[in-house]
Ligand binder design. Structure first.
Ligand code: AMP
Ligand code: ZN
Length: 130
């Protein structure tokens, strides 16, 4: 039997052997520390937190990255922003503010090619980022 590999998924390399990590997490096939879940959006704690609160928010629909979105994605992109705001309200540590980050492409530092937003906070964050 073929061993399943988890790789940087793009629509070009999608097949039965190579699976997208964030698709699998949002379907519940790989465990995560869930923060929020509905029909369209899944949020979970980052495995390697960069701040006291570090949550990853993904659309359940696979989208490679922000660089390929278009008008067809308006509804899901709008919902993500609204639910990030709702999720942030659930954490007392974020009451003084928070940061939302999308790393896009190689120079943006994207490592997982399933669109996702980082919700960071719980301390004073520095600016500019590196
Ligand atoms: P990016 O570098 O913007 O593509 O962000 C990917 C993020 O996913 C990183 O912050 C990783 O720490 C996080 N990550 C990778 N694998 C997992 C996992 N299995 N569960 C939770 N977070 C993960
Ligand atoms: Zn995916």
């Amino acid at each position: 039997m073929n061993k399943i590999k988890y790789i940087k998924h793009t629509s070009k390399n999608c097949n039965n052997i190579e699976k997208c990590l964030f698709c699998e997490i949002s379907k519940g096939n790989i465990s995560s520390n869930k923060v929020f879940d509905n029909n369209n959006i899944y949020a979970f704690l980052d495995i390697n937190p960069q701040a006291p609160i570090h949550i990853i928010i993904v659309p359940k629909q696979h989208i490679d990255s922000l660089s390929i979105v278009s008008e067809e994605h308006i509804e899901i992109l709008g919902m993500i922003q609204i639910y990030i705001s709702k999720i942030a309200k659930q954490f007392d540590e974020l009451k003084n503010g928070f940061r939302v980050v999308n790393n896009c492409g190689i120079y943006g530092g994207q490592t997982i090619y399933h669109l996702h937003y980082h919700l960071l906070g719980g301390k004073q964050l520095n600016w500019p980022p590196g």
